[in-house]
Design a protein. Structure first.
Length: 158
């Protein structure tokens, strides 16, 4: 984390440019059809930080000259960085959300500067406080990731 208070994220805080909405505010009331969206612009700093944190230094993500010669014609964000927006959306459900599984299908690239929006919706209630969700990430209404997740949602601790 940065020492700059404008870029430091404390538990539950949002940074400028992050936008989100949810259809439910009580973890006891979560049901099929409830959803959360989360969006942010994918910045060059996001890509660089992800490469440093993950060790994924593929030049497709980091080097302009290299990436221009690829099928994408320029640098793109890491798929797992973009997939992380799904986790950001899940974190905005009420209660304590624990990721149990996630299936991804990558459908298109996300470029530096794109605003990506994750949409998650509960599609099934499972035993033990678990839920199956549809998960997708879109850029300009075009799907770039499609999948399903299973999460556990507990009440927030007292």
């Amino acid at each position: 984390m940065s020492d700059n208070p404008d870029t430091t994220v404390e538990g539950g805080a949002d940074l400028p440019g992050w936008e989100w909405e949810r259809t439910v505010d009580d973890s006891d009331a979560v049901e099929v059809g409830d959803s959360v969206t989360f969006s942010k612009e994918i910045s060059d700093e996001d890509v660089s930080s992800f490469a440093e944190a993950s060790g994924d230094t593929n030049p497709l993500h980091l080097e302009d000259d290299y990436a221009e010669g690829t099928r994408f014609g320029g640098r793109i964000a890491h798929g797992m960085l973009v997939g992380g927006l799904i986790s950001a959306a899940l974190a905005r459900f009420p209660g304590t959300v624990v990721y149990l599984s996630q299936d991804f299908e990558f459908q298109g690239p996300v470029r530096i500067g794109d605003r990506a929006r994750a949409e998650v919706e509960i599609i099934d209630t499972l035993e033990g406080g678990r839920y199956r969700l549809s998960t997708q990430v879109l850029v300009d209404s075009e799907g770039v990731i499609d999948g399903e997740a299973v999460v556990l949602i507990d009440e927030e601790p007292a």
